[in-house]
Design a protein around this ligand. Structure first.
Ligand code: BT5
Length: 320
């Protein structure tokens, strides 16, 4: 009901909508309309009410509910079902709890994470209202070893989504997005699978959108940044989410339907921060130095090591 009232106010944009017309349209009492208006105000909607004229929507809050992001979506299924939370330990954890019974494309978003996670149990800083901390539930019908490619699809979608906002970024294979050599986004892809079958994949995306310098602790100060810090202005999180999810779906569908990741690979190569550079490849407790030569058609990083060996790295930790 609250959603219908909000849509009615949004439809009229800056005009008044009478309480009577809302109550007639939705078949509820004027008092009920008033209660929903009050609840919307508590969520941060600025709604003016004028005697004999009705209600007028003055502004919408900076929140990432479906009602707020859907006007930016052109997708068929990704982002069409949104669970929005003020605070969660980790959106990936919540998504895992819900994944089996939710449909593909469902997203879980939180304004803050109290135990945001990176890979290998590392911490992910996720302060309230300043980032995009979300997890997307995917259910591709393929063998588990294909899942590493989804991270590349996510990274390419984020790169293109940022580009649509006029922001140039680079991809640090396989799961980071960098601007000015600093990390602005990380992806954590997790899955539940059987021997030959994926039950679900959770693609967790963390983007530092409007974080300020003081949001980064000492460890992160020199290696992380935010979109606000690099552009010098506050970035519209709703539009950014829309752009990313639209690109994500466009890159995901050919992969899901016919295993085609050619467009993702093109973007990964074109925007790679590693290709041509000296890198360190960390696998387990081993660390090897080499030069990143290319990314092959399967999304593997081709590295020439110091001893002249050329090898493909399928997944792992790489630093510049
Ligand atoms: C990642 O791991 O980069 C994956 C991050 C995924 C976060 C999202 S948010 C939504 C979803 N729910 C979750 O709980 N997680 C996902 P990794 O490559 O392991 O990088 C982790 C390292 O990045 C940390 O050890 C820090 O050094 C650094 N780091 C932590 N918070 C950061 C931040 N906000 N911005 C940039 N770097 C950060």
């Amino acid at each position: 009901m609250k959603k219908s009232i909000l849509s009615a106010l949004k439809r009229k944009s800056d005009l008044f909508v009478s309480g009577e017309s809302i109550s007639n349209e939705l078949g509820i009492s004027r008092t009920a309309v008033w209660k929903h208006i009050k609840a919307l105000r508590e969520e941060g909607y600025d709604i003016e009410s004028v005697h004999k004229k009705g209600y007028r929507l003055l502004s919408c809050p900076d929140i990432l509910t479906l009602e707020e992001i859907e006007e930016y979506l052109t997708t068929d299924f990704i982002g069409r079902n949104v669970y929005y939370f003020d605070s969660l330990s980790s959106t990936n954890n919540k998504a895992k709890e819900m994944a089996l019974k939710e449909k593909e494309g469902t997203i879980i978003i939180a304004e803050e994470q109290t135990k945001g996670r990176g890979r290998l149990g590392r911490n992910w800083v996720s302060p309230k209202g300043k980032g995009i901390w979300m997890s997307i539930i995917l259910k591709p019908d393929m063998i588990p070893s294909e899942v590493a490619k989804l991270t590349l699809i996510g990274a390419a979608a984020i790169n293109r989504g940022l580009e649509a906002m006029g922001i140039n970024s680079y991809i640090k294979w396989p799961n980071d997005i960098l601007i000015e050599d600093k990390k602005v986004c990380g992806i954590l892809t997790e899955m539940s699978c059987e021997l030959n079958m994926i039950n679900y994949v959770i693609m967790g995306i963390g983007i530092n959108v409007n974080l300020d310098k003081e949001d980064f602790n000492r460890e992160l100060k020199d290696k992380a940044t935010s979109l606000k810090l690099v552009t010098g202005k506050k970035i519209d999180r709703k539009r950014l989410i829309g752009n990313i999810l639209n690109h994500l779906e466009n890159l995901y569908i050919p992969f899901k339907e016919r295993g085609d990741i050619s467009k993702t690979i093109r973007i990964s190569r074109e925007k790679s921060i590693l290709i041509g550079r000296e890198i360190r490849v960390i696998t387990g407790d081993k660390e090897l130095i080499g030069k990143a030569l290319s990314i092959d058609d399967e999304g593997q990083l081709v590295v020439e090591f110091k001893d002249g060996r050329v090898e493909k790295v399928f997944s792992g930790e790489v630093s510049i």
